[in-house]
Design a binder for this molecule. Structure first.
Ligand code: HEC
Ligand code: HEC
Length: 392
């Protein structure tokens, strides 16, 4: 990674960073670093932010096929690390028995290709599933990463042993960095357990920049020899910066790890009451209000409450995108965190819902009882629940 362009709005923050990091100041604005980090961590956050907003070109390894030129293109609102109204495409084939097959070696069909269209993946006519997915915000991602696998496993009830109709499954995935089994929690399919792995996956899959964890180029249906002609930069394209010793994937990890969660917005009486309604109709069975991080040598991650409103489990709420990925079945989606919801539109994995209410009305199967209790709520209770969601 070389020269990055800077977000002018951030320069004031960068200048006062060290004092900021040590003062215990609580951030009011999305995009700030976690309060309490030390100067060395702030410096990593800052380097990571630079790499995250950098726009890449073909000379630096962009492509052959890609969805964007830089992480921040899709993670920008309401601050760097957030979301953007873009969707990417996955496709494949489901047979009558519900078995999924990958066509052309990959389910991701990139939006763009370099230098000509020879490496542009085309969705094959025999695909009968085409899914759209929108970005997921990264605020508070380091705290989510610090939740122990066992805490997620403890919430799982794959066979619905307690008979409440809700049967979340923990996503057991292989961590590409260590080869060990972990519980996935990032991505709509809970396909990765760590920020290093997700960032490395995104660098290769979103931008076509190969790296130590994802060392080969990919584009569905395109032969490796053709890919090598479209992009002749030697793999892995992500190199260590001589000055910092960091790879791009290390820098992304640091930025995301130290990015603070979005704070709750103002909550009036209705929003406070709405949280009780949210729990009473059964939303909190999956949108679990708080999980705890584990023991951690770093005090900012040590046994901290994480008010994310998710169990990080895979569920079938009748919105599944038809794509099998990682441990997730075609009909499963990981419960999204609801923190920062007021800054996020559209909603649902496919961006199909314009409002929180529309998102709730799409819930079925495991969430059918909760959704019908929502529909049957007296109007003031329903308004209170929605006011609560708007305060997140
Ligand atoms: C073209 C748009 C686009 C670009 C560019 C992009 N992302 Fe994303 N990001 C997405 C989408 C879409 C998802 C959801 C993907 C999924 O689950 O299949 C996502 C999800 C994520 C997540 C999961 C967050 C969570 O809590 O579940 C992380 C981490 C992430 N992106 C990091 C990055 C990094 C780092 C980069 C740059 C190397 C990057 N992204 C570039 C669109 C993008
Ligand atoms: C059985 C688990 C489950 C229950 C119960 C449940 N949800 Fe969800 N919720 C999910 C899953 C899974 C998704 C993601 C669906 C998708 O994107 O396709 C979701 C998505 C959402 C979203 C959209 C979030 C986003 O980032 O796009 C909102 C808002 C929401 N739920 C609110 C509620 C409310 C309010 C209730 C109670 C009436 C509720 N949910 C009950 C699992 C559940």
């Amino acid at each position: 990674m070389t020269a990055a362009f800077r977000n002018a709005g951030f320069s004031a923050l960068l200048v006062c960073g060290a004092a900021f990091a040590q003062s215990g100041y609580r951030p009011a604005q999305p995009g700030n670093p976690l309060p309490g980090i030390v100067s060395a961590e702030f410096e990593l956050f800052r380097i990571g932010l630079d790499d995250f907003i950098e726009v890449e070109d073909a000379g630096e390894g962009l492509g052959p096929a890609f969805n964007g030129l830089g992480c921040a293109q899709c993670h920008a609102t309401p601050a760097i690390g957030g979301v953007s109204p873009v969707a990417e495409f996955r496709a494949g084939r489901l047979d009558a028995a519900g078995n999924f097959s990958v066509l052309g070696g990959d389910t991701l069909y990139h939006l763009f290709a370099l230098p000509n269209q020879e490496c542009q993946p085309a969705i094959p006519p025999d695909a009968n599933v085409i899914a759209r997915r929108i970005p997921i915000p990264l605020f508070g991602a380091g705290l989510v990463e610090a939740i122990p696998d066992d805490a997620i496993r403890a919430l799982a009830d794959p066979d619905d042993g307690n008979g409440d109709g809700v049967s979340g499954r923990a996503a057991v995935v292989v961590d590409v960095a260590t080869g060990g089994e972990r519980i996935g929690r990032f991505g709509w399919k809970a396909q990765h357990a760590t920020l290093l792995a997700f960032g490395a996956d995104a660098y290769r899959n979103e931008m076509g920049i190969t790296n130590d964890l994802f060392p080969t180029e990919t584009a569905a249906g395109i032969a490796p020899e053709t890919l090598a002609v479209c992009d002749a930069v030697p793999d892995p394209e992500d190199r260590r910066e001589p000055l910092t010793g960091l790879r791009g994937i290390d820098a992304f990890e640091a930025f995301m790890k130290f990015l603070a969660p979005v704070e709750r917005g103002p909550a009036g009486a209705a929003a406070v009451r709405g949280e009780a309604v949210f729990a009473s109709v059964g939303c909190a069975a999956c949108h679990v209000p708080v999980l705890m991080t584990g023991r951690d040598a770093n005090p900012v991650f040590d046994r901290r409450p994480v008010p994310l409103y998710s169990d990080l489990l895979l569920h079938d709420v009748a919105t599944g995108d038809g794509i099998a990925q990682g441990a997730a079945q075609p009909n499963e989606i990981r419960t999204p965190a609801l923190w920062g919801l007021r800054f996020r539109r559209p909603l649902l994995h496919d961006g199909d819902a314009a409002t929180p209410e529309a998102a709730v009305l799409r819930h079925g199967n495991e969430a059918a009882d909760a959704a019908s209790r929502f529909v049957e709520l007296p109007p003031d209770d329903r308004a209170a629940l929605l006011a609560f969601l708007d305060s997140l």
